[in-house]
Design a protein around this ligand. Structure first.
Ligand code: ATP
Length: 952
């Protein structure tokens, strides 16, 4: 074992200097690896992925299916029914041709089938969620072959040089090459919530513990602040996280509120049915004054127990939620937490960022204001071509020497990269900064050139709280004897005297101006007068009220590099350079989406870090701000108590110049007012607000990894209109869930009542066997219910107010519908049963005397077909609807009817299901009675319409 290597021979990275580490990995801090090297290393080390070790194993998922109380009850029914068969078989009471244990075997088969079905669905759902998570997994910014690239995290190899900035979740373990104000939250690894300051210059003793390795960064941890360049040392399962991968990789598939309520409903139904069974048995024994009819009573009870349980429901709900998620992804809304699918429809307030969500985030500088003159800038997109105009005339910037100084600040105090790809100018990085590089380029001031002329030696990075950033540059070293002053470019020649460093600062104009004491006039700087301040602020307001995003610029000559974290003291006594105003046009589709929100009773609210006038101009343009709506500024909000904020929160539709921590207070205030809030966010500090919101929404394109991790949903296109589209899908999903619950449970109630009625009417014998009931609940109810799950939206889905997510599943008439329709269903089938019993027991009847039971069975099934067709709409009559708009319902009805007829007319199936042959007249009567169900529901719709009542 050599020094600086672990017992396994791997280097101990934290004990090595950067250059040694770079040598060991045969890499270069400036140029990175070449594509060939990356390819070779991918072969050697494999991809940077963690093996999935968490989550439930296949067996666990399968076993979980049988923990369901309803399935347990079915197993009990199967065993009791098996016991009864055994007794009859032993005592030789089996009818000729009757197969013993048929019900038991069939019920057990269906229990197993149901278990397997549940298993397949759940494991598919887990896989789908895992895949969705991968879709949102972060890209990494890497230097390869001297170029800056964004690559998928899995393609990172040891030796890669990667760049980190605030909000990034680190993709691999690495050794810091350089850093600036770097703070990292390592809670994922060490459990320590406090962020850690990291330093590249350190070399640490070998025995340093994980939490103290301050020159290393680790996979899965998060950059809270600052930036860094990192040499990747370990990837995949060899990272520190990889060693404990089981902790992180498990995919959360928490049950949704609805699934939880369904489990509760299951418990209620099982308990209810057991009570019913007890009543029937005790009542029957008392009525018969003995146990003579015990076997029949037990059979009736078993059938009732099976009938009351909606065996198909859990499967239908899972499928519906899964389909909802898929439809949302197609509309660019990626669901990260399943409950969001069903609760999205309940959103009452959408709090949205401005930049990128309501606007296009394609910035073009339109105005520049320096020293009393306002210049218009022409040109489109990020192409660095265009003119500077003063009073409508093109001007040369050299005639206005304060402009080149401002443009140098634009180019140097900047982290974005302007690229030309296939003739198209694009940017890598923040569009605000991209627009500034473009602006400078229009006057021939190129970022690359100036970055080497004025190399960056330190910086105070941008954050949404600070609303500004500074870059400290070193004025080029020149050969001895020549003073730096004369060697520098004329563009900055007058900006400094003997100082060796120049700090450039840009940010929110009010903030920057407040830190300035002088103004740059092109050839000198002078004290900044109050009149000048007023004028600058007036021009700022003027630009902002046109909807422009305005940034202020300043600089300061320095004799030495300021220490880290000294921003508050260093960014003082600055020299003002000017204002730059850029246009970020609203997204064209947002206006319609805002209107749709309003129609749907959802209030859109803009929350932005930008200036109040810029915010108001854009919010008014988009229809977000209405007459009388208030604009609240971050500073005012800061002064308000929580109670005051709560009193005002329903009146404010624009929050401007806010910091991320204000977002949390806004969500909380809205929630205390009973609102159900969706909130967007992209920065690392937005995470608490995203977690607090009922639906936290992260930006797919501009969002930081940390914000995505905290969110329920990711907008793949960053677009506000997508939130509205997803909300609509949420409403459709919930409406459809309610629809098939009505459909399934209404039928269950009908079945139970019909079965209970048979001994009461003294008909003798159980009309439906457990097997037939299972068939109905799973197949003839299950298939149409699945088809109802994909029912397209009703036309008025976005023209009604949202419903509370906390309302009971039985609210808004669902409970009464179930009971009402259950009773109607029972009345129809009991009437049919009465007729059929008398018909088949009439003297001289030629057919099978038990055929009345099959008539009841058939009627119950076929009546549900009419129910399925009629329930497609709550208020519209079937003839008012396009029968082909949900082809699945038509298909399910046809297939199910054919299957049901096969049970009656195909002899082996008949024998197995214990049905009896029906002649044409009998079948006709069944269909006639069944049709009454459809007629009744349609008549109800007409009745409610005449009463002016609308069901939703
Ligand atoms: P939204 O919250 O709607 O996305 P925003 O983009 O204005 O709005 P932030 O990104 O937090 O919000 O920016 C807040 C303010 O900070 C901006 O209005 C601007 O004045 C300033 N700012 C934005 N980007 C930069 C930057 N790269 N450098 C310096 N200052 C910036």
């Amino acid at each position: 074992m050599s020094a600086n290597s672990s017992p396994e021979g791997a280097p101990v990275w934290h004990s090595l200097e950067v250059n040694k580490a770079l040598d060991l990995l045969d890499s270069n801090a400036d140029s990175g690896l070449t594509p060939q090297e990356v390819e070779q290393r991918l072969q050697k080390y494999g991809t940077n992925e963690l093996e999935e070790t968490g989550g439930r194993s296949a067996w666990e998922i399968l076993l979980d299916q049988f923990k369901n109380i309803m399935l347990l009850m079915l197993i009990a029914v199967a065993l009791i029914s098996g016991g009864l068969d055994f007794l009859s078989w032993q005592s030789g009471q089996l009818k000729p041709g009757e197969v013993p244990f048929k019900d038991t075997i069939a019920i057990l088969a269906i229990v197993i089938l149901n278990g397997i079905l549940g298993y397949v669905q759940e494991s598919r759902a887990e896989k789908a969620l895992a895949a969705l998570k991968k879709l949102s997994s972060p890209n990494v910014r890497v230097i390869r072959d001297r170029k800056l690239l964004d690559v998928a995290g899995k393609d990172i190899v040891p030796g890669d040089v990667i760049l980190l900035e605030a909000g990034v979740q680190i993709a691999a373990d690495g050794r810091l090459i350089e850093q600036s104000n770097l703070q990292i939250r390592e809670s994922a690894l060490t459990g320590e919530a406090e962020a850690v300051n990291k330093q590249a210059v350190l070399t640490l003793p070998e025995e340093t513990s994980l939490g103290d390795r301050l020159n290393l960064v680790f996979q899965g941890t998060e950059v809270v602040q600052g930036r860094a360049k990192v040499l990747v040392t370990n990837t995949g399962m060899t990272t520190e996280l990889g060693k404990i991968a089981a902790l992180l990789q498990s995919v959360e598939s928490e049950p949704t509120p609805l699934q939880q309520r369904m489990t509760q409903l299951g418990n209620v139904l099982v308990t209810g049915s057991l009570i019913l069974v007890a009543i029937v048995i005790v009542g029957g024994v008392i009525a018969a004054r003995g146990f003579s009819n015990l076997q029949e009573l037990v059979e009736v009870s078993l059938s009732m127990a099976v009938a009351v349980v909606p065996e198909g429901l859990p499967a239908v709900i899972t499928v519906t939620l899964a389909l909802g998620t898929q439809r949302m992804v197609k509309r660019n809304a990626l669901i990260r937490k399943l409950p969001a699918v069903e609760t999205l429809g309940s959103v009452t307030t959408i709090c949205s960022d401005k930049t990128g969500t309501l606007t296009q985030n394609k910035m073009v500088v339109q105005s520049v204001y320096t020293n009393n003159s306002s210049f218009r800038v022409t040109g489109e997109g990020y192409a660095p071509t265009g003119d500077f105009q003063l009073n409508g005339q093109n001007v040369s910037v050299d005639q206005h020497p304060e402009i080149p100084a401002l443009l140098v600040a634009c180019a140097v105090c900047n982290d974005s990269v302007l690229q030309q790809e296939k003739g198209q100018w694009t940017i890598l990085g923040d569009p605000t900064e991209g627009a500034l590089v473009t602006l400078a380029g229009k006057a021939g001031i190129e970022k690359d050139q100036w970055s080497s002329k004025l190399p960056r030696v330190a910086e105070f990075p941008f954050s949404s709280e600070r609303k500004r950033m500074s870059v400290i540059t070193q004025v080029e070293e020149v050969s001895t004897g020549v003073s730096p002053m004369t060697a520098v470019d004329p563009a900055i020649a007058h900006m400094l005297n003997q100082e060796r460093y120049l700090m450039f600062t840009k940010g929110s104009p009010e903030l920057i101006l407040a830190r300035c004491t002088q103004i740059y006039l092109g050839d000198k700087s002078a004290a900044l007068t109050d009149a000048q301040r007023k004028q600058i602020l007036a021009e700022n307001d003027n630009m902002a009220s046109k909807g422009l995003r305005v940034l202020g610029f300043a600089y300061k000559p320095l004799t030495e590099v300021p220490p880290e974290n000294s921003d508050e003291t260093s960014e003082q006594q600055l020299i003002w350079l000017g204002l730059v105003g850029m246009l970020d046009a609203p997204r064209p589709e947002v206006r319609a989406a805002v209107q749709e929100c309003r129609d749907a009773g959802i209030r859109p609210v803009m929350i932005t870090g930008d200036h109040q006038l810029t915010a108001r101009a854009i919010a008014t343009d988009l229809g977000i701000a209405k007459e009388g709506d208030r604009v609240l500024i971050g500073q005012e909000l800061q002064r308000m108590s929580d109670q005051e904020l709560e009193q005002n929160v329903d009146l404010v539709s624009i929050y401007a110049r806010v910091a991320p921590e204000h977002k949390l207070r806004i969500v909380q205030a809205l929630q205390r007012r009973g609102r159900f809030v969706a909130m967007t966010g992209d920065g690392v500090n937005d995470a608490p607000a995203l977690k607090q919101a009922d639906i936290g929404i992260a930006m797919g394109i501009t969002g930081t990894d940390v914000s995505k991790e905290a969110s329920d949903m990711v907008l793949l296109d960053d677009n506000f209109a997508t939130i509205v589209a997803a909300t609509k899908e949420g409403r459709v999903v919930y409406t459809n869930i309610r629809r098939f619950i009505k459909y399934i449970l209404g039928s269950n109630i009908g079945e139970v009542l019909t079965i209970a009625a048979s001994p009461l009417l003294g008909l003798g014998g159980v009309p439906l066997t457990p097997l037939q009931i299972l068939w109905m609940n799973l197949v003839t109810d299950g298939l149409p219910a699945l088809a109802l799950a994909v029912e397209p939206p009703e036309p008025d889905v976005m023209q009604r107010p949202p419903f509370s997510p906390r309302e009971s599943i039985f609210a808004r008439g669902l409970g009464s519908y179930m009971i009402r329709i259950g009773i109607i269903f029972a009345i129809i089938s009991i009437a049919l049963m009465w007729w059929a019993y008398n018909h088949t027991n009439a003297p001289g009847y030629q057919g099978d005397r038990e055929a009345w039971k099959t008539m009841v069975f058939t009627t119950l099934c076929i009546a549900q077909m009419g129910h399925a067709i009629a329930i497609r709409s709550n208020n519209r009559l079937t003839i008012e609807m396009n029968p082909f708009s949900n082809i699945f319902v038509l298909g399910a009805v046809v297939v199910t009817t054919i299957l049901q007829l096969m049970l009656v007319y195909v002899p082996p199936l008949r024998a197995f299901f214990g049905t009896h042959y029906l002649n044409l007249q009998e079948l006709g009567v069944c269909i006639g009675f069944s049709a009454l169900m459809f007629v009744w529901i349609e008549a109800e719709k007409i009745f409610f319409r005449l009463m002016g009542k609308k069901t939703v």
